[in-house]
Design a protein around this ligand. Structure first.
Ligand SMILES: Nc1ncnc2c1ncn2[C@@H]1O[C@H](COP(=O)(O)OP(=O)(O)OP(=O)(O)O)[C@@H](O)[C@H]1O
Length: 461
């Protein structure tokens, strides 16, 4: 916001002081308000970074009740605003109370324009610094391991185990419900290992049909089957020197279980249609949300393979059993998505926080992230409410001004068009009835990411 310049709102009912203060701040756009209603209207219109607020406003010019009410309203609508309260000479108690309520500073009358200008200058500078810090802090949240947000004892223990296991080449089996962060843990094992500069190759055994899975894993020679037009290395080979992450190992068909077991024992692969044994040095990490012991009992999972892949097992607790993590994660996702989507959303209402804590999160962190992302798009004001998360509770957020409502509507329309157009910008522009360059500048304006998406088999991140 500060990129558009410094804006100051002077809330003062004395006409003499009003005209004096209007002109004493250089390089600052100034608006003046004489009452609480005017102040809130100007706050919505101007979006000032700094407000000077005379606590003695009508109908209580001798007291401070109206000033306090105004302060409360300003800080609830625009919490990052720096408010400098201006009080009578004898009124230090109220000044201190105002600071306790969240005002940035106080200034006692009689007004010395030069001194007040200093206080206002400091407030602008602090606002700019804080805005910069907020920008930098996004994503650098409590991170016991790079990329993993956690504070609960259960997850911190997982992180400590990851640190201990990462340097060793042991095969790790990561267990946990869907969406608990198993892939994230596998990536952390890679990132903290000496293999970090080589590739992390992920393959989801449940997502690929059996006949394709074999060629995906082991590769093939030219002419090995119809359509095999050129020699293609498999994922295992591609991961040479790095880490191979086999997700949903419980879904690996029995025929491939035998082949994988052979690879784990002998550390060589043979491409389909090939004769050569190719030595491959990979660290294998597997994951599943299934009960492998039950699968073994049914004969659906080989016992010898189980013992190979589970040299060490690591259990990721479900989100409902991580005390305090849901709110921590929700805050981090809100900051991240608000920034990426360019939405003016700053936090959660009380009812939203209560709902986040009360919810069972059957889809774990993935469900939480999806709900927060959706809420960031849907929220009308600065706060996300329980209703935006589609959790219980229905209190409506109050938008700051019409510009914010318009921007939210504009952004919503763009996101829907992009989704409908499969992220094809030309097609989305056509759906929206604007030119491609116009859409590009709108994407920039709203900070909506566009362009290619990262794959899962990029070299270690
Ligand atoms: N502790 C965490 N901190 C930050 N992000 C997390 C955390 N746990 C999970 N995530 C995010 O949640 C999403 C789901 O995580 P991930 O894909 O690792 O789960 P998974 O257990 O492998 O899921 P599945 O079993 O469905 O494959 C990802 O976007 C991941 O980045």
């Amino acid at each position: 916001m500060s990129a558009e310049g410094r804006r100051l709102l002077v809330v003062e009912d004395d006409p003499g002081l009003q005209s004096q203060l209007r002109w004493c701040f250089e390089g600052v756009e100034v608006a003046v308000a004489g009452t609480r209603e005017e102040a809130v209207a100007e706050l919505r219109r101007l979006e000032p970074q700094v407000v000077t607020l005379d606590l003695g406003l009508p109908p209580d010019p001798g007291g401070a009740s109206e000033g306090f009410a105004t302060l409360r309203e300003i800080l609830s609508l625009a919490p990052h605003t720096k408010v400098v309260v201006v009080t009578g000479r004898e009124d230090r108690d109220n000044a201190v109370r105002a600071v306790g309520m969240g005002a940035y500073d106080y200034y006692q009358k009689p007004v010395d324009a030069e001194l007040l200008a200093f206080a206002v200058e400091r407030a602008f500078r602090l606002h700019e610094l804080e805005a910069e810090n907020r920008r930098l802090a996004v994503g650098a949240d409590a991170a016991p391991l790079d990329g993993i947000i956690a504070a609960s004892p259960g997850m911190l223990e997982v992180c400590r185990t990851v640190e201990r296991l990462a340097p060793a080449d042991v095969t790790v089996l990561v267990l946990g419900e869907s969406g608990t962060g198993k892939e994230l843990v596998a990536r952390a094992l890679h990132a903290l290992s000496p293999r970090r500069d080589k590739r992390f190759v992920a393959i989801n055994c449940a997502a690929i049909p059996e006949n394709l899975l074999e060629s995906e894993l082991f590769g093939y020679e030219k002419g090995a089957f119809t359509g095999a037009v050129r020699r293609t290395p498999g994922k295992i080979e591609v991961a040479d020197g790095g880490t191979l992450f086999l997700d949903e190992i419980g879904d690996l068909p029995l025929s491939l279980q035998a082949k994988l077991l052979r690879f784990l024992q002998e550390r060589v692969v043979e491409r389909i249609g090939g004769r050569e044994e190719i030595p491959v040095d990979v660290r294998v990490v597997c994951a599943t949300h299934q009960d492998l012991r039950a699968l073994m009992a049914e004969g659906a999972f080989r016992e010898d393979l189980y013992y190979r892949v589970s040299e060490v097992t690591l259990e990721i607790p479900p989100l409902r059993r991580r005390e305090g993590d849901a709110v921590l994660l929700a805050r981090a996702f809100l900051e991240r998505h608000a920034r990426e989507l360019g939405r003016p959303v700053r936090g959660f209402s009380e009812d939203a926080l209560a709902a986040i804590e009360a919810h069972d999160w059957p889809g774990n962190v993935r469900e939480l992230e999806n709900r927060v992302k959706r809420a960031v798009i849907m929220a009308d004001g600065e706060r996300v409410h329980a209703a935006d998360l589609q959790l219980d509770g229905t209190r409506e957020a109050e938008p700051l001004n019409l510009r914010q409502v318009r921007e939210a509507a504009e952004r919503g329309a763009i996101l829907r068009a992009l989704a409908r157009a499969g992220h094809n910008v030309s097609e989305a522009a056509r759906l929206l009835g604007v030119t491609r360059p116009t859409l590009y500048s709108l994407l920039e304006k709203h900070g909506i990411p566009h362009g290619t998406q990262a794959g899962t088999d990029t070299p270690g991140r």
